[in-house]
Design a protein around this ligand. Structure first.
Ligand code: COA
Length: 168
C-alpha cells in the first residue's frame, strides 16, 4: 500500500533511492551503517527524497526501527509518523527502537514500551551502548545536557494471515 498526499508519496524504497537515503541520514549524523534500500520506507516529493525510516535486520535475528529522518523544510507536519505507520504496517515481528528517553512516549502509539537493556537482544544492546557513549561524549565536548537513551520494544503482532484466519 502506498500512502499519498497532494504533495508527497510514501512508498517502499527502490535501489535508485539509496544514495539519497544515505545523504539524508548522514546529513543528520545518524548511524551511517546498514543503510540498505530494501529495509526502508521513503517519502518523495517530486524528485526529492524528503523522509525515510528503516527496520535494520541484525545478524542475531533482532529488528530495529531506526534512521527516522525528515528533511528540515518538511518537519512538524506529521510526516515521520506517517513513515513509521507505513513501515510497521507490514511488520508483525518483535521490533526494538533506541531513542532519547524524553521521546519514548511518542512511540507508545505503535505499542512500544521501555525495556531494560539486559532484556534486549545483543545487537540492540550494542547499538544502545555505542549511542550512549557517543551521545555522552558529544554532550561533554559541547557542554550541554546529556540526552539519555532508552530501549523500546514492540511485541510480536499477529500476521495479517493469522488475523484473517481468526476472523473466519
Ligand atoms: C525526529 C524527526 C524525524 C521528526 O520528524 P517530523 O516529521 O517533524 O515529526 P512529526 O511531525 O511526524 O512528529 C513530531 C513528533 O516527533 C517527535 N520528535 C521530535 N524529535 C524527535 C526525536 N529526535 N526522536 C524521536 N521523536 C522526535 C516529537 O516529540 C513529536 O511527537 P508528538 O507528535 O508525540 O508530539 C525530525 O525532526 C528529524 O529528522 N530529526 C533529525 C533526525 C533525528 O533526530 N531522528 C530521530 C532519531 S532516529
Amino acid at each position: 500500500m502506498t500512502v499519498t498526499n497532494p504533495t508527497y508519496v510514501i512508498r517502499r524504497a527502490v535501489a535508485a533511492d539509496e544514495p539519497a537515503i544515505q545523504a539524508l541520514v548522514r546529513s543528520e549524523r545518524l548511524n551511517p551503517h546498514h543503510l540498505y534500500f530494501r529495509n526502508f520506507v521513503v517519502a518523495v516529493a517530486g524528485n526529492d527524497l524528503i523522509g525515510a525510516c528503516q527496520i535494520r535486520r541484525h545478524r542475531d535475528g533482532s529488528r530495529e526501527l531506526g534512521s527516522v529522518v525528515v528533511a528540515r523544510p518538511w518537519r512538524g507536519r506529521g510526516l515521520s509518523v506517517k513513515l513509521i505507520d507505513r513501515l510497521l504496517a507490514d511488520e508483525p515481528s518483535v521490533i526494538h527502537a533506541i531513542t532519547r528517553k524524553r521521546h519514548a512516549d511518542h512511540y507508545a502509539r505503535w505499542g512500544f514500551e521501555p525495556v531494560p537493556s539486559h532484556a534486549a537482544p545483543s545487537a540492540i544492546r550494542r547499538n544502545y551502548r555505542i549511542g550512549s557513549c557517543i551521545g555522552s561524549l558529544m554532550a561533554v565536548l559541547q557542554r550541554r545536557r546529556i540526552n539519555w537513551l532508552t530501549i523500546l520494544r514492540r511485541p510480536q503482532r499477529p500476521s495479517l494471515a493469522e488475523e484473517t484466519r481468526a476472523v473466519a
